[in-house]
Every structure is written in structure tokens, then in C-alpha cells.
Design a protein around this ligand. Structure first.
Ligand SMILES: O=C(O)CCC(=O)C(=O)O
Ligand SMILES: [Fe+2]
Length: 221
């Protein structure tokens, strides 16, 4: 449900980076949340990600299709319970291609969205205080855009350039139901989540915290 009095507009925040407010309509937020709850269960469920330097990420994460670990992709949870990654569902690829079409031509280098072979989803759960530092999504071997869907609490999404972690950047509020697509000249741009706003999500959804699902094409076989 979109409970905005006036729907927020599509905004291209950087060349090839497009925010689609309220893009998940009708039953889709609840459908995606129910799917995330099922994927979160073991085996290959939600886990804490440890970084090579000995730290750990504050978000909890799971993967579908290909398992992401710092810093690569595998078919099994090589840094967790060792089980095969859960399959990437075809419907999520369909949603992502629809979002790419709605984002417009700047998010793709060549060809239309219909041929994009989406085959990965990374699901991130942000509890109170969780954040994600500025990084690039650079472990994929495909130029296809990344499509992000948000549920639950609002966050500040910081979107910069491919050149550096620093400024210039744009801060965008991603709310429950929003999509964000980045590709073309922004495919390797630095981005991160400096904060979420605990308790800001829609009461009717029944999610405490924030979920983000990024859909990607691996370009691997
Ligand atoms: O949580 C978000 O909105 C962004 C997640 C992200 O950048 C990632 O999973 O690589
Ligand atoms: Fe990312």
C-alpha cells in the first residue's frame, strides 16, 4: 500500500542511478517480506558476515542464487554453514526487470531490460544501529544494473560516484516499498547506508527493522 497523499516522483540522483519511490505496490511488500522470512531460516539462512580484517558487518545477510562472501561469490555458504545457497526465484528477476524498465534507459549500457539475466539476490537485515559503509558492488562480472528493494524502516541511502568513497554524494531517504536502480555510468559507484530510522516503517507490514534486497546478475557460470 502506498499511503503517501502525493506519490513521490522518480528521481535520477546521479547519471544511471534512479530512485523509484513506492514502486512495490499492492501485495508485493508483504509477499517479499514473507519470502525473506522463509529464506532467513537455516540452512543457508541469515548470518553475521565476518570481514577478512577480523571485523563483522552490523547488517545480517543471506544470499540467493550465488552466495556472496567478502569478497567473492560461491555456490555454497563457504563462510558459514557450508550448505548450498538457496535458489534465486524467477519472479524476483521479473520484478527487477520491470523496475529497470521503469527506471529508464540511463541505467543500462546496451539493450533493453528484458534480456537481463538476474540470478543473485542479497538480503540485508538492519536492526537498530546497523549501517553499511561506503562500498562498490564490484564482485559481479556483468555490467547489468543492480536493483534494490526496501522494506520496513526508512534509511538514509548515500549514493556517490565511481571515483571515490568521498563527496560528491546524494543522500536519499529509502522508505518501505521503494526501489532504487543503479547501472550504466553509476554501476560501480560507491554507496552506503549511514543510518536507519528505527520505528519508522509502516505499522501494517509487521517488520521491526529494515530489509533490503538487491537483485544482481553474476555474469558467472
Ligand atoms: O541496504 C541498502 O539499501 C544497500 C545494500 C547494499 O548496498 C548492498 O547489499 O550491497
Ligand atoms: Fe551495495
Amino acid at each position: 500500500m502506498n499511503d503517501e497523499l502525493f506519490p513521490r516522483e522518480r528521481v535520477e540522483v546521479m547519471p544511471g542511478a534512479v530512485h523509484l519511490p513506492g514502486w512495490l505496490r499492492d501485495g508485493r511488500p508483504a509477499e517479499l517480506l514473507a519470502a525473506c522470512r522463509a529464506w532467513a531460516l537455516p540452512p543457508a539462512g541469515l548470518r553475521t558476515v565476518r570481514t577478512p580484517g577480523g571485523g563483522q558487518m552490523s547488517v545480517r545477510q543471506l544470499s540467493l542464487g550465488w552466495h556472496w562472501y567478502p569478497y567473492g561469490y560461491a555456490r555454497t555458504v563457504v563462510d558459514g554453514d557450508g550448505t548450498p545457497v538457496k535458489p534465486f526465484p524467477a519472479w524476483l528477476g521479473d520484478w527487477a526487470r520491470q523496475a529497470v524498465a521503469d527506471a529508464g534507459p540511463s541505467v543500462t549500457d546496451a539493450g533493453g531490460p528484458s534480456a537481463i539475466p538476474f540470478d543473485i539476490a542479497l538480503v540485508n537485515f538492519y536492526g537498530t544501529g546497523a549501517r553499511m559503509g561506503m562500498h562498490r558492488d564490484s564482485d559481479e562480472r556483468s555490467p547489468a544494473p543492480v536493483v534494490s528493494f526496501s522494506l520496513g524502516d526508512t534509511c538514509v541511502f548515500r549514493f556517490g560516484t565511481p571515483r571515490s568513497r568521498g563527496r560528491p554524494w546524494q543522500d536519499v531517504e529509502l522508505r518501505s516499498g521503494d526501489a532504487f536502480v543503479f547501472g550504466g555510468p553509476s554501476r560501480l559507484a560507491y554507496h552506503g547506508v549511514p543510518r536507519t530510522r528505527p520505528g519508522s516503517g509502516p505499522a501494517g507490514l509487521g517488520l521491526r527493522g529494515r530489509l533490503n534486497v538487491t537483485v544482481r546478475a553474476a555474469g558467472l557460470d
